[in-house]
Design a protein around this ligand. Structure first.
Ligand code: NDP
Ligand code: 8X3
Length: 249
């Protein structure tokens, strides 16, 4: 099995590379920080192909996929994991640069990778696209604005992909985790403010990167006739908020 993981340098992506490599899969590990990908290859062996790639760069995505070395070029599983949240400000205050970066990565990057790899899956009549969504796709929260909307795109794109690939044997899954620690997610969201990021997880046992990698691995290893459409997962310490009501008196 050959797996292509975006956002593989840290977090869910690195855990996913480890999970599949442990089973003897060949894994293309793609992200911007090449030294972290090289470290993964050194840790896991020649079955890992480190690929420096910014998924926002459409030409780079197309060229990288077209020029993969032979043992890694026939991709069975694409894990569209590269993504980020930036900021937690309300829509009227948020920075347009943050919004653009989320749209360019979570939506456009995911679309570029999918479009570059899907045709070979359809031609081979097998393959699996696994997209990292989020509970933010389902449940709005203050400051989630564009991040949540990008993940709603991921959900709807995943389900629409299924409609298109019906009859080809290709599978599509949206894996949508909730509060997850042990990754750089909150540090990135708060622009490097580690103290603020750490507070997000204070007093909780969040999902770990390994929990999410397990879910990704599980959906990819079901029998070929089984398509898991959606995995929505939260840690036990997380549940749903009541509706917010603004009262004038
Ligand atoms: P991390 O910040 O730990 O990892 C994000 C990964 O994405 C990094 O490997 C980063 O690598 C990569 N990345 C970011 N931008 C680009 C880019 N332009 N091109 C290529 N790679 C990129 O986050 P998580 O592991 O926590 O999150 C992974 C995914 O899961 C994201 O899509 C996130 O939205 C989603 N998610 C996270 C949750 C959480 O609470 N942690 C919950 C639900 C969903 P590099 O910097 O080297 O490029
Ligand atoms: C990450 C989970 O709740 O921070 O997608 O949006 S949340």
């Amino acid at each position: 099995m050959t797996v292509f993981v975006t956002g593989a340098s840290v977090g869910f992506g690195a855990a996913t590379v480890r999970r599949f490599a442990r089973d003897g899969a060949r894994v293309v590990a793609a992200s911007r920080r090449f030294e972290k990908l090289e470290a993964l290859r050194n840790e896991l062996g020649e079955g890992v192909f480190p690929l420096e790639l910014d998924v926002q760069d459409r030409a780079a995505v197309e060229s990288a996929v077209a020029n993969l070395p032979a043992p890694f070029s026939a991709i069975d599983v694409l894990v569209n994991n590269a993504g980020l949240a930036l900021g937690l400000g309300s829509a009227q205050e948020a920075h347009m640069e943050d919004w653009e970066a989320m749209i360019d990565t979570n939506i456009k990057g995911l679309v570029y990778c999918t479009r570059a790899i899907l045709p070979q899956m359809v031609a081979r009549k097998r393959g699996h696209v696994i997209n990292l969504g989020s509970i933010a796709a389902d449940f709005p929260y203050p400051g989630g604005n564009v991040y949540g909307a990008t993940k709603a795109f991921v959900r709807q794109f995943s389900f629409n992909l299924r409609a298109d690939v019906l009859g080809t044997g290709v599978r599509v899954t949206d894996v949508s985790p909730g509060l997850s620690g042990g990754t750089e997610f909150s540090e990135v969201r708060f622009h490097g403010d580690k103290a603020r990021a750490d507070k997000v997880y204070e007093g909780t046992t969040p999902l770990s990167a390994e929990d999410v990698a397990d879910a990704i691995h599980w959906v990819a290893t079901r029998p070929p006739h089984v398509n898991v459409n959606l995995v929505q997962m939260m840690p036990v310490c997380q549940a749903f908020a009541p509706f917010a009501i603004s009262r004038s008196s």
